[in-house]
Design a protein. Structure first.
Length: 287
């Protein structure tokens, strides 16, 4: 099967593959783009990783991940902000090394409630403060900070930004080229405002990345590992994908899977299965 040219394999889908393996199995399968994660990049060093990406001939769709902005002011928050500065530099370097059509998009996960806190409003305010601090540096580097709303079940520990509306509200004070959003079907499919907010995102030019993976119950004990290949769950990808495309979104579409069973399969097999699921579940909206 020839993969759709817009499909991108997010490296999380083949989490246990090192960078060289991830690039090789993606390119060998005929997929044209990859989204990278910071840990495998840093294992080999940024300059080496950029050279490897350039040699692969793959487009660079996103860098994962930055964020975790909800801590109160202090050494730990300063360390988080500084780490995001490094992530911005990594994103710019990798985007420059990717094939034509690459984009410098850093996916942001907001962070959960600090230990002992119940102050959601305060946590969300600190996310905005971090964006304001980092936006000038992202703009100078040509990087888009893409806020990813996560399903509400992750609100306490991973992301106090749970809906596309919340993400767009946080982004509203910044230029769309500097602060945008990541739309991940796993996290937003349930939202009764989804299509209204997708239209808003289109009008504002805010969709920096679109990710597709499926939702199936029962959820595993570790709900972080609950994502499935497109078509293996209950999400209706056609209308969502159609709404994203109607905004003018013309970038790569990533499949990002956190699933222990998928991680246990050989990387090439996981990529092959991803291609098939994408074609069956998402492809009809693209053709």
């Amino acid at each position: 099967m020839i993969p759709d040219p817009r499909l991108s394999i997010n490296q999380a889908t083949i989490r246990h593959a090192d960078l060289a393996t991830a690039l090789a199995v993606t390119a060998d399968a005929g997929v044209q783009a990859i989204g990278l994660w910071r840990e495998p990049v840093n294992e080999v060093g940024l300059d080496v990783a950029a050279a490897m990406l350039a040699d692969s001939g793959l487009r660079f769709s996103t860098h994962c991940r930055g964020g975790f902005f909800t801590l109160p002011e202090g050494p730990a928050r300063r360390a988080a902000i500084d780490d995001n500065r490094r992530a911005i530099e990594e994103t710019a370097t990798l985007a420059a090394a990717g094939a034509d059509g690459s984009h410098a998009v850093l996916v942001l996960v907001a962070g959960g409630l600090p230990d002992g806190s119940r102050d959601l409003a305060g946590a969300r305010s600190r996310v905005h403060d971090a964006l304001a601090e980092l936006a000038p540096e992202a703009a100078a580097a040509g990087v888009t900070l893409a806020i990813e709303p996560l399903h509400p079940m992750y609100c306490s520990d991973r992301a106090v930004v749970s809906t596309l509306r919340q993400a767009l509200d946080l982004a509203a004070d910044f230029e769309p080229s500097v602060v945008g959003v990541t739309v991940d079907t796993f996290h937003v499919w349930w939202d009764p405002e989804l299509f209204e907010q997708l239209a808003r995102a289109g009008l504002e030019g805010r969709i920096a990345s679109y990710q597709v993976c499926d939702w199936r119950t029962p959820l595993p004990a570790d709900v972080l590992l609950a994502r499935h290949y497109p078509g293996d769950g209950v999400i209706d990808f056609g209308p969502i994908t159609g709404a994203v495309l109607a905004t003018g979104y013309d970038r790569d579409i990533e499949v990002e899977l956190f699933n222990a069973e998928i991680w246990a399969t050989p990387p090439a097999e996981a990529v092959s299965r991803t291609i098939a699921g994408f074609e069956a579940a998402v492809g009809p909206a693209l053709h």
